[in-house]
Write a protein that binds this ligand. Structure first.
Ligand code: PMP
Length: 373
């Protein structure tokens, strides 16, 4: 059976540059903290990658700390903000990834409007309600389930005017758009994941503005200037650096991915006029479609498409493999009848026309068979 991969938001296909860099780094012995020749070789791999990642997001290399992925980076952003034991205030967007939303139970939730964009007037009111605690506002650049973009400039402007700082989970933004300039946008803390950009899984980074200091949330050997103890994942970091370095060369491929998404939505609207396309009129990144097929549970759709060799997901992929109702769609005001029946189709750097054709054929056949409308 032909396999069709349309789940780039869960994990992008590995780019050849990453594979080459990983394999080369695997053959390089040494611990980056060792002072001998082997350690120095590993250190060079890590530092070269740091330069590439930093360049990709418009910051100086010493702003970047490598982590095991964006989940760890997001935890560090939220828990490491402020001095240890200092009470801090955190305001987090209602459609954030669980690695932001579920980290600190006392965080205040910033709602989104029905179009999925955070309610700026509400943010202003929350910020006006000042207290003495340092405040962190955490809003992602691009949503992983819907592709909806948040107005980061406006969020930063409002937060800074009130003396608050901004964390931005840019995991999907760097995958979807190729890059995002942290300094230019005035973001104070940025978190990244390599595998959404076509690098290896299990490696990510956090970048912190020069005038801000986070405190470590794990103790150990003091690597990464004490902010993230633990021997660096040298091969993973090498792969991450390689995809950042190669990113400009993929700009055209990302444009093609966006064109495929647009064609998918046009075809669906034409061939099934009642199709519900979530976020269709919202500011949105170009590579993802979120499609509800009323009356057919999302898991059923994912399994039916899988039988045809097509990999898509029901909302966000989660570790248990089970699907739960999307908190993103719920926050936008969708009821179970829509959010329980929505699948996510995401294109990426290696997506081609045939992927779209195969998806359409399988999807329309499934919809004819299963849909209640
Ligand atoms: N934030 C967003 C927006 C994501 O899409 C993901 C991955 N699903 C993460 C954070 C977590 O990243 P990682 O897989 O590197 O832990």
């Amino acid at each position: 059976m032909q396999k069709t991969y349309l789940d780039y938001n869960a994990s992008a296909l590995l780019k050849p540059e990453a594979r080459d860099a990983i394999l080369a780094a695997m053959d390089d012995p040494g611990n980056p903290s060792s002072v001998h020749w082997a350690g120095r070789g590993a250190r060079k791999i890590v530092e070269d990658a740091r330069v590439a990642v930093a360049h990709h997001v418009g910051v100086k290399p010493d702003a970047v700390t490598f982590t095991s992925g964006a989940t760890e980076a997001n935890n560090l952003a939220l828990k490491g903000f402020g001095a240890p034991d200092q009470p801090v205030r955190r305001i987090v967007g209602a459609t954030e990834h669980e690695s932001v939303l579920d980290v600190v139970p006392e965080a205040e939730i910033l709602p989104v409007r029905p179009d999925g964009v955070v309610d700026i007037a509400r943010l202003q009111r929350m910020l006006a309600d000042r207290d003495w605690r340092p405040c962190l506002v955490s809003v992602m650049a691009v949503n992983n389930e819907t592709g909806i973009e948040q107005p980061i400039y406006e969020i930063v402007r409002n937060a800074h005017a009130a003396g608050a700082r901004v964390h931005c989970d840019a995991v999907q933004a760097i995958g979807a758009t190729g890059g995002l300039n942290m300094r230019e946008r005035g973001i104070d803390i940025l978190t990244l994941s390599s595998h959404k950009l076509g690098g290896p899984r299990g490696v990510g980074a956090i970048a912190v503005a020069p005038d801000l200091e986070l405190h470590a949330i794990q103790r150990g050997g003091g690597q990464e200037k004490g902010l993230r103890s633990g021997t660096e994942n040298v091969a993973g970091i090498a792969g991450f650096g390689a995809v950042c370095r190669a990113a400009p060369g993929y700009a055209e491929a990302l444009q093609s991915a966006a064109a495929l998404r647009d064609r998918l939505e046009e075809e669906l609207l034409e061939r099934r006029p009642g199709t519900v396309l979530i976020g269709q009129n919202s500011p949105r990144a170009g590579h993802v479609a979120n499609i509800a097929l009323l009356g057919v549970p999302a898991e059923t759709q994912v399994m039916a498409l899988d039988l045809d060799g097509i990999a898509v997901s029901a909302g966000a992929a989660c570790s248990s493999g089970k699907v739960k109702t999307s908190h993103v769609l719920s926050a936008m005001g969708f009821g179970e009848e829509i959010s329980g029946c929505a699948i996510r189709v995401s294109f990426g750097w290696a997506s081609v026309e045939e992927d779209l054709e195969r998806f359409l054929t399988a999807y329309l056949r499934m919809a004819d068979r299963l849909a209640v409308d």
